[in-house]
Design a protein around this ligand. Structure first.
Ligand code: GLU
Length: 469
């Protein structure tokens, strides 16, 4: 049997890392088993869903390298794979369940239902206990599914799970305005699309017995479920905005690489074994199994992700690194000619060593291209507002002005002679030159930076800093 898996994001926000992890696990399992991966858009909430969020979700999945065989944007035998296109189908199923007697209309008011809940509570029963089919049949209102049996299933991650019938309310499947609830839309799609495995966040575990009952009522076999551990922040609380970035886009814009990002997401609840931390998707496909996903909550550790990103950056060929960084640099300083870009390439190996995020690389390269240097305020204060800096800059201007060749070695020997001549420590000489030329006390190595920047600009910047002292 061909496996068929799906991810079903709601376009009510940018792609969340938790949903990205669910997408990845479904994708890995589909690829591991030679099956089909589907992207469906759960846009039943017409007020909160937007085309922009949908575009962000699809774009983020593509950026992560998770391609899909059927679904939104790709097509397939089931229409456009957006739930908003299938309201008629959901209504048809709800009505057929009424006709077969397993669902019923219910026009009781919220107040009446609340009274039933409170009664259950007073009697020490589950709040769902009395939310059952009323004695007199109704002909309008919402449609509820009549829960008459307990549900047992084996979750691939959590093992055997049982929900007692008394603890599951007769849940609404079609609202009185004719719109489907999540339970109905999700289940009808999973049945119609012949989904074989559903891997999704543990927060949806309590929905699963409802989906199983609905699936059986539709005459179908329920899929295999795998409820994935929730993501927590380093402080042990559920991952949320308070922890910083939570959407894939935010990480992308901060300069994380997609290959580091998917590698890290894969580790949030799974490990390929052999103490492997850094691995590519091919290896993950080969080894991944939903049954190996752990139950414990997974901690989203930003420091580890950043470390991993740095490892990926340093493992790149320097040409690929430069190619990946170029759009970032051009984003900061505008389009560059090939001659201008050659200056970056000169420094690329040195910048690569010092970079954990692509954005940082662009920041380090900025000084090469700006027509007017902006000084980092803290660097200026710490380095330039000291006694003796003007003498240092004068001496550097003299030494560099006398050079016939402008390259890193020549620059180095000219500047290395200065500390002794001036009776100062090396830092006291090199740091002012660095701030003058790059605008910051932190930069790629000094001599190479001066060489890449060129004689004219380097001298002009030293003179400009000298004037500003
Ligand atoms: N639309 C649901 C969500 O975004 C999908 C849940 C499911 O996988 O069934 O969480």
């Amino acid at each position: 049997m061909t496996t068929r898996l799906r991810v079903a994001p709601s376009p009510t926000g940018n792609l969340h890392v938790g949903t990205a992890r669910a997408a990845l696990y479904n994708w890995l399992y589909a690829r591991h088993t030679g099956g089909v991966f589907i992207v469906r858009i759960d846009d039943t909430d017409r007020e909160r869903s937007t085309p922009e969020y949908e575009a962000n979700i699809l774009d983020s999945l593509r950026w992560l390298g998770l391609d899909w065989d059927e679904g939104v944007g790709v097509g397939g035998p089931h229409g456009d794979y957006r739930q908003s296109s299938r309201f008629d189908r959901y209504r048809e199923v709800a009505e057929s369940l009424v006709a077969s007697g397993v669902a019923y209309y219910d026009d009781r008011s919220e107040e009446e239902l609340e009274e039933l809940r409170q009664r259950a509570q007073r009697e020490g029963k589950h709040p769902a206990y009395y939310i059952r089919r009323p004695d007199t049949p109704r002909s309008e209102g919402a449609i509820r599914f009549a829960v008459e049996e307990s549900v047992e299933f084996v979750d691939l991650v959590r093992g055997e799970i049982r929900f007692e019938a008394d603890a599951i309310d007769d849940f609404v499947i079609l609202r009185s305005d004719g719109t489907p609830t999540y339970h109905l839309a999700s289940t009808v799609d999973d049945v119609d699309y012949e989904i074989t495995h559903v891997a999704r966040g543990e927060d949806l575990l309590s929905s699963t017995p409802k989906h199983i009952l609905l699936t059986r009522a539709m005459g179908a076999e329920p899929p295999v479920y795998a409820h994935l551990p929730l993501l927590f922040g380093a402080d042990g609380k559920k991952l949320s905005k308070r922890h910083g970035a939570t959407s894939v886009t935010e990480f992308r814009e901060a300069g994380y690489l997609p290959e580091a990002m998917v590698n890290y997401l894969a580790l949030l609840g799974w490990s390929p074994g052999d103490d492997l931390t850094i691995f590519d998707l091919d290896l993950a496909i080969e080894r991944f199994d939903l049954a190996d996903v752990q139950r414990n909550p997974a901690v989203f550790d930003l420091d580890k992700l950043t470390w991993l990103n740095g490892e990926y950056i340093r493992a790149m060929a320097v040409e690929s690194f430069a190619e990946r960084v170029r759009p970032w640099v051009e984003d900061e300083v505008g389009p560059l000619s090939d001659d201008e870009w050659a200056r970056f390439e000169e420094l690329a190996p040195l910048i690569q060593e010092r970079t954990k995020l692509l954005r940082e690389a662009a920041e380090q390269a900025r000084f090469l291209y700006v027509s007017e240097i902006t000084y980092d305020e803290a660097s200026w204060k710490k380095v330039m507002e000291k006694d003796g800096v003007s003498e240092v800059l004068d001496a550097a201007l003299d030494a560099l002005g006398a050079l016939s060749d402008w390259n890193a070695e020549a620059i180095e020997s000219a500047l290395r002679a200065l500390p002794e001549r001036l009776g100062l420590g090396a830092g006291k000489v090199f740091q002012p030159v660095r701030v003058a030329v790059t605008g910051s006390a932190v930069s790629p190595p000094l001599f190479e930076s001066l060489a890449a920047l060129g004689r004219e600009t380097s001298i002009a910047r030293l003179e400009e800093a000298r004037r500003r002292l």
